[in-house]
Design a protein around this ligand. Structure first.
Ligand code: FAD
Length: 507
């Protein structure tokens, strides 16, 4: 092409570009998936506005301070950091300049009621040695278990977690066919616990591996053994801690989004999603109708149908879904440091089966409970004043169905104090210098999550993965969904994947 031709070509391209309308997208909610979806759409060239009810971003992934102690309010365990890094890469930025994390060498310290304990080393070979020495398991059995866990990961991730389950194209390619042909290897017809019981002789080891069901708010005595993939995420790929605390996942991504032009509107609850003739028109927010080509709901899908989309019928599978477990959390400022405790610590109950029955069937909190203590000041020392620690003390709880939470809180607080005081050989009550409490009611109220569930729906049914809401609404063009309550599920990694799937579906 000669120089005149080139000039004419460039001119024509510019005219074409300037005529092309920039697509406008609205994201409802600034949970981690909402922020990630906003970044992805901005990178695609959309104009993006995020509307958030709260005065702060992050939803469940937020932080607060109390009397000199800083707390991450929700998630404390960070896996799959590459899903955060890739958002920086997408915007041509170097993640390391804004967001850093370390791999944990000890993932968690486990304590049993009879005084037994072990530290779970992140190295699988070392963990196998520990389980051999403390629980009498054969090393080879532990290694074999982790190989199976890694296999489930390889089969499920490319097909079932990184793609929409509701698009036929997901199944008609090499990876899709590999997933379908290998479905039989996913142990869908065995429960997590039964599979763990087949592998390990010591009930304490079984309890350790059963515990991973709680990572998506499920019951190991009901959830399919496919979820035994989770140990691979924690040990095979790794457990991490962001150098500036969990909330820095939210804050660094919000800053990234803002640097690239995403607009965040806080204190802005979306009241309605406006649709017309099978197409999204925009949202009603701050007494105004804001138009958009696409609306992406990051808010929990159940209240979205109930309040924002009264013009649509709530799908039966949303209406009937069993919510995941919720939690009761005590944020304690502790005026002592505990050398024996790690960042993550678990104090198991005696009867794990009864504990899950109490949560999911009786829908209450029992007396024999598993207590999780997270202490971020072990890594981020300025999270607590000198000589002190910030204890995030959590027990699993049922979703909110109107239980008498005040009574349950008083009773459970006493059980936790008695248990920890006995196992740590010190009067814990005397060490608490500040306290605040989060329960299923307040989780529901602060994050609009259905009944205060932490992870959307439970995975207690064999087909739960297929019962989650899709990332799009086929009857309404331009309406999409992301976040822990839709496909592929709850937790930070899956919420980030939901944003990736959703953004990938938007033209
Ligand atoms: P959410 O965090 O649910 O946020 C949704 C946002 O939408 C909220 O900010 C809400 O205010 C906003 N919103 C709702 N309705 C509207 C509206 N009408 N208009 C405007 N805004 C609206 N995950 C892990 O990976 N590791 C852990 O260790 C872990 N521990 C957890 C512990 C606790 C106590 C909790 C609560 C959760 C934990 N999780 C953990 C789960 C994890 O936090 C969630 O799965 C994930 O953060 C969900 O993100 P999301 O994008 O779905 O949005």
């Amino acid at each position: 092409m000669n120089s005149l031709g080139l000039l004419l070509f460039k001119l024509a391209a510019e005219i074409n570009l300037s005529n092309r309308k920039v697509p406008k997208s609205i994201v409802i909610g600034s949970g981690i998936a909402g922020i990630a979806a906003a970044i992805r759409l901005k990178a695609k060239g959309h104009e993006v506005d995020v509307y958030e009810t709260n005065a702060y971003p992050g939803g469940k992934l937020s932080e607060f301070t109390q009397q000199g102690f800083r707390f991450d309010a929700g998630p404390s365990l960070f896996t799959m950091p590459s899903y955060v890094d890739e958002l920086f890469a997408l915007c041509n930025e170097n993640a390391g300049e804004h967001f850093n994390y370390d791999r944990l060498s000890v993932v968690c310290h486990y304590f049993y009621n009879d005084g037994a304990s072990f530290k779970a080393d992140s190295d699988i070979d070392q963990l196998a040695v520990t389980l051999e020495n403390t629980m009498g398991e054969e090393r080879g059995t532990v290694s074999k278990y982790f190989k199976k866990s890694a296999l489930i990961y390889r089969i499920t991730t490319p097909v079932f977690l990184e793609n929409s389950l509701h698009k036929i194209s997901t199944y008609f390619n090499r990876k899709g066919l590999y997933g379908i042909l290998n479905l039989w290897r996913l142990n869908l017809f065995t429960t997590m616990h039964d599979s763990n019981k087949q592998h390990f002789r010591n009930p304490k080891t079984q309890q350790f591996f059963d515990r991973f069901a709680t990572y998506n708010g499920s019951n190991p005595y009901k959830a399919p053994a496919t979820l035994n993939v989770i140990p691979h995420l924690e040990f095979g790929i790794g457990a991490y801690f962001p150098k500036k605390g969990m909330f820095s996942i939210t804050s660094s991504l919000v800053e990234l989004a803002e640097r690239h032009g995403v607009k965040f509107h806080y204190n802005s609850r979306v009241e309605r999603i406006v649709t017309e003739k099978g197409k999204v028109k925009g949202v009603l927010v701050n007494n105004d109708t804001v138009t958009a080509d696409n609306v992406i709901c990051n808010a929990d899908v159940t209240p979205v149908y109930r309040h924002l989309l009264p013009q649509l019928k709530m799908p039966l599978k949303v209406k009937k879904a069993e919510p995941s477990s919720s939690a009761l959390i005590f944020y304690w400022g502790i005026k002592q440091q505990f050398k024996d405790l790690e960042l993550h610590n678990i104090f198991f109950s005696d009867n794990y089966k009864a504990e899950f029955d109490t949560i999911f069937t009786k829908q209450t909190i029992g007396d024999d409970i598993t207590v999780y203590v997270n202490i971020s000041s072990k890594y981020k020392m300025d999270d607590a004043p000198e000589g002190c620690e910030n204890w995030f003390v959590m027990v699993n709880a049922p979703a909110n169905t109107g239980q008498d939470w005040d009574v349950l809180i008083t009773k459970t607080r006493q059980h936790i104090i008695t248990k920890l005081s006995r196992l740590l050989k010190v009067d814990i009550a005397a060490l608490i210098v500040s306290e605040s409490i989060l329960d299923p009611r307040s989780i529901e109220q602060r994050t609009s999550s259905n009944k205060g569930a932490l992870y959307g729906n439970s995975s207690n049914k064999r087909m739960s993965a297929f019962l989650r809401h899709a990332n799009f609404k086929s009857s309404v063009k331009g309406l999409y969904f992301c976040g822990g309550s839709v496909h592929p599920g709850g937790g930070i990694p899956l919420s980030l994947l939901s944003a990736k799937i959703t953004a990938g579906l938007i033209p």
